[in-house]
Design a protein around this ligand. Structure first.
Ligand SMILES: O=P(O)(O)OC[C@H]1O[C@@H](O)[C@H](O)[C@@H](O)[C@@H]1O
Length: 461
């Protein structure tokens, strides 16, 4: 159950220049630079030239010290070299003259990484229309890609005039998670699971990413996004795609991404938006203030901090199986897992007593773990059926999920990047629920911070 070695290749064959737009922002220092640092720590890594850029002026030593602290620990040769060559250039990225100077500095085949919200990234892409891009330029975008299906489609169109689709990387760090990548090994290299991975044998699926963390000072972004857009529209639907897709012919980006896209094209809400979606917001609890009182939040906006969506993948393999995606903040338990419930067998020999439950497979997403409950005789007394658990821990990659995705971007391989049509499709899947929420058809429920969320939700713990 190991993923192909190309994904574990920590080396960056040709030195590349990465221009980070929004470099002085929180996302860059919290996620992007540490991810790059973990990649550069690999034994075969070569250095990368990083040019940070943003509107805020930043002294050269201030920028270098930010990069240094994001890399953490002892520096490998590649990381030390990267640090020695990095620079920061302040300027307005929507000004074509500034962009031309920046690209001249970057040289051949740079990666332009937009560590910015969609509106700002779109404005820069618009300016890039009047600037010549070097052959082999790669463009990388943080999530969310667009703010709805229409804006994602418009951005795709704009980006498509600059570089070919295989040079566009819509970043989703869940695709760099060991446990998520291992879904491919778990399913397609596994005699036990693959034959039963369908509606004939599986009753229901949950994909849950409950966090104990609250807002972490990100109100400005989060209050506009909410749990559904922040986690389900992006990360969890992509996990679903890997879980539900058919076997790709090869592990090539074209094949894998086509299968993922095919699964998502068949995905829609399980019933009406009112039946298939739930939303809630935390009130004060355990020393955490209520969401409405958090700094920077507009209480009237009705932003949800916990969301649940049940979908169906309407294919021959999956039709009829409810798949529930759930994620939220400030919950009592950090439950981050996929739960696959198999159907009970139709028949048990008479004389066997107890548990007729089907098997349950739990795939821990963070950390990566597997647990399969199987019926066994004698667990709860002689000739009585009970459940025993087969547990395994997945190896932890030394490369952070962001680093894994970046590895692909630097090598020009879009395998772990979201394809344009998939980015649009993920919006289309959630939009009926978002529309029903806007019109108040689905009430905004409440849960106490530190609790497990409202009861009676499908994926309630
Ligand atoms: O557990 P991880 O890797 O930090 O991923 C979860 C995070 O993913 C991010 O994309 C979301 O914006 C955050 O709100 C969330 O906390």
């Amino acid at each position: 159950m190991r993923f192909p070695s190309a994904w574990l290749d920590l080396s960056v064959s040709n030195q590349r220049t990465v221009v980070i737009f929004g470099a002085s922002g929180d996302l860059s220092s919290r996620l992007l630079l540490p991810g790059l640092g973990s990649l550069l720590a690999g034994p075969r890594a070569t250095s990368v030239r990083i040019i940070g850029t943003g509107r805020s002026p930043l002294a050269a030593d201030e920028w270098t010290s930010r990069v240094r602290s994001a890399f953490g620990g002892d520096l490998s040769d590649a990381a030390a070299e990267t640090l020695a060559t990095t620079q920061y250039v302040a300027g307005d990225p929507t000004d074509a003259t500034h962009l031309r100077a920046l690209l001249a500095l970057a040289g051949p085949a740079p990666v332009l990484y937009f560590s910015l919200p969609p509106a700002v990234a779109t404005a820069i892409v618009e300016t890039l229309q009047s600037v010549d891009l070097a052959e082999g330029t790669e463009l990388a975008f943080e999530k969310p890609f667009g703010t709805d299906a229409a804006s994602a489609a418009a951005l795709n169109k704009l980006v498509g005039t600059l570089v070919p689709e295989e040079n566009v990387h819509r970043v989703d760090h869940f695709l760099g998670r060991t446990a998520v990548l291992n879904l491919i090994g778990l399913r397609f290299a596994n005699r036990l699971f693959e034959p039963v991975w369908n509606a004939e044998h599986i009753e229901s699926i949950e994909i849950v990413y409950d966090e104990t963390l609250g807002l972490e000072g990100r109100a400005q972004y989060y209050d506009n996004a909410g749990a559904l857009v922040d986690m389900i529209q992006s990360h969890l639907l992509l996990v679903l795609a890997l879980l539900a897709m058919d076997a790709p012919a090869t592990m090539d980006a074209v094949e894998v991404r086509s299968e993922m896209a095919r699964a998502l094209r068949s995905t829609h809400l399980y019933g009406s938006p009112v039946e298939a979606s739930r939303r809630a917001r935390y009130t004060a609890g355990g020393g955490v203030p209520s969401y409405a009182e958090e700094a920077g939040v507009d209480p009237g906006r009705e932003t949800e901090t916990l969301a649940e969506l049940t979908v169906e993948v309407d294919t021959n393999r999956w039709a009829g199986v409810p798949i529930t995606l759930r994620s939220g903040k400030a919950l009592g338990v950090a439950r981050k897992e996929i739960v696959i419930k198999f159907k009970p067998l139709r028949h048990l020999p008479s004389g066997l007593h107890g548990g007729r439950d089907g098997e349950t497979l739990r795939i821990g997403l963070n950390p990566g773990e597997l647990s399969l409950s199987v019926p066994a005789l004698g667990v709860d007394g002689p000739y009585t059926m009970g459940q025993v658990f087969l547990d395994a821990t997945l190896p932890t990659s030394p490369v952070l999920p962001y680093g894994e995705v970046l590895n692909g971007i630097l090598r020009g391989d879009p395998l772990l990047s979201v394809r344009g049509d998939v980015a649009e499709r993920c919006w289309e899947i959630v939009e009926p629920a978002l529309d029903a929420w806007r019109t108040g058809e689905v009430p905004l429920e409440e849960y106490e911070a530190g609790s497990n969320g409202p009861s009676r939700w499908r994926a309630a713990s």
